[in-house]
Ligand binder design. Structure first.
Ligand SMILES: Nc1ncnc2c1ncn2[C@@H]1O[C@H](COP(=O)(O)OP(=O)(O)O)[C@@H](O)[C@H]1O
Ligand SMILES: [Mg+2]
Length: 272
């Protein structure tokens, strides 16, 4: 399988060596609560980056800013080194940013192909749905993700959690995603299916996508991620290459906000 065409040099003003995503000093408050407070994170091509923290830490809010669901109060987003305006989910998709939420938002009563092309249906020259073309493309993208998948003719209601997750990911990557955001993708899955989603994540990484993997469970991400960011109370505790820290040290970042020597402290790191 060939890698997706990552050709940022073709886009004027963009720099192929720059990170795929840079979020700089991003903040947003709801009422009086600073859900995200001066957070800066990066993502490179072919990288899996874990975003960790307890429930309520601000992880989902941060990535909803990147996916165009929320407008930040302050801060900047750069894509391939150029400033990006992401005001709506449509804007995010135009930058190749696709998001898979914990609640998969699949249409249960229709099949995999219909879900993959939901809202972006392929039409024939007569303006009718091109079901044959959509099924053929669905088979191609699923072959990349989950070669054992056979249940193309069934409503996705009938599928297992792991199969449903593959359909959601297929929908995300069908449209030239370069940046994939997975928010708690395995929260509802058993160990076997969690492993399947992990394998899938790594194959997309090999294709050159940048992937943000959000989780409140360190075990979900530690084996998959190249780097992790830890958030606590809306602030960035710090970041680390997974190779430079232990699981216990990352737990210390999540629970106590304490940065070990192998991590780069952020504005939310506990002092002392
Ligand atoms: N739409 C919203 N309105 C008000 N408060 C919100 C909203 N979304 C998130 N919050 C608050 O922002 C904080 C961060 O939440 P969230 O980003 O969902 O955390 P996480 O994903 O890390 O569990 C929490 O205190 C949450 O209650
Ligand atoms: Mg969340």
């Amino acid at each position: 399988m060939t890698a997706p065409a990552l050709a940022p040099t073709e886009i004027p003003g963009q720099n192929p060596d720059a990170p795929l995503v840079e979020m700089r000093h991003v903040s947003i408050a709801f009422g009086g609560i600073k859900a995200v407070d001066d957070v800066s994170i990066d993502l490179y091509r072919g990288e899996v980056v874990g975003l960790l923290g307890h429930n309520g830490a601000g992880k989902s809010t941060l990535i909803k800013i990147l996916s165009g669901a929320y407008a930040p109060d302050s801060g900047e987003i750069r894509i391939n080194g150029a400033p990006a305006t992401i005001a709506t989910p449509r804007d995010a998709k135009a930058y190749g940013i696709e998001t898979i939420y914990q609640t998969l938002a699949l249409a249960d009563n229709v099949d995999a192909a219909a879900n993959i092309f939901l809202g972006r249906e392929i039409l024939t020259r007569w303006g009718t749905l091109d079901d044959a073309e959509m099924e053929s493309r669905a088979r191609k993208v699923m072959a990349r993700l989950n070669p054992h998948f056979r249940r193309f003719k069934e409503p996705v209601r009938a599928l297992s959690g792991g199969q449903r997750q593959s359909v959601a990911i297929a929908r995300a990557i069908q449209f030239d995603a370069r940046i994939l955001i997975m928010d708690e993708p395995t929260a509802a899955l058993g160990p076997q299916e969690t492993k399947q989603v992990g394998d899938l994540t790594l194959s997309l990484k090999r294709e050159g996508l940048g992937i943000f993997l959000i989780s409140h469970d360190i075990h979900d991400v530690f084996d998959l991620a190249d780097r992790v960011y830890v958030m606590k109370n809306g602030k960035l505790v710090g970041s680390a290459k997974v190779a430079d820290v232990t699981k216990d040290e990352v737990l210390g970042m999540i629970i106590l906000g304490k940065c070990p020597p192998g991590a780069i402290p952020g504005p939310g790191a506990a002092s002392g």
